[in-house]
Design a protein around this ligand. Structure first.
Ligand SMILES: [Zn+2]
Length: 140
């Protein structure tokens, strides 16, 4: 964990606090004060997170729908017809993740590695779906 160093505005005691702390209480004089530039997640981050989970649900619903629809329609190529569903879900999740990463980054948080890895993974799977569709078109 990263720490920021400073001093209490009341008694000048040297302090050290976690980087994401917003409110600090001085151990010497019990004075409470706000950290001037806290790294926090804003509304945009949580909106992005919500969009990401909606996209994820749409994506996962594909794998629930395939067996149901293929039994109902007795068509083995149903997984191809339904590919727009996970594609749409991936794109929605991608938008959510981009918002999350953008919000963290604009708040001075450079730890967006996880978001970037997931974004990369989604891009690869979108490409995979595209390859599957175009591959089948080539055979037919
Ligand atoms: Zn103090």
């Amino acid at each position: 964990m990263d720490f920021i160093y400073g001093s209490c505005p009341e008694c000048e005691t040297k302090l050290r606090s976690p980087q994401d702390a917003i409110l600090i209480r001085c151990p010497t004089c019990k004075n409470e004060f706000q950290v001037s530039n806290p790294i926090n997640k804003t509304q945009l981050y949580f909106i992005g997170k919500r969009i990401f989970f909606i996209g994820l649900l749409v994506f996962l619903s594909y794998f629930v729908l395939i067996p149901i629809v293929s039994i109902a329609m007795s068509d083995r190529l149903v997984f191809l017809y339904l590919i727009p569903i996970p594609l749409l879900g991936s794109i929605v999740a991608l938008v959510g993740l981009t918002l999350m990463a953008y919000d963290k980054f604009s708040n001075g948080d450079r730890m967006v590695v996880v978001e970037l890895i997931v974004i990369g993974f989604i891009l690869v799977s979108i490409f995979g779906f595209y390859q599957t569709v175009s591959g089948f078109n080539g055979i037919v």
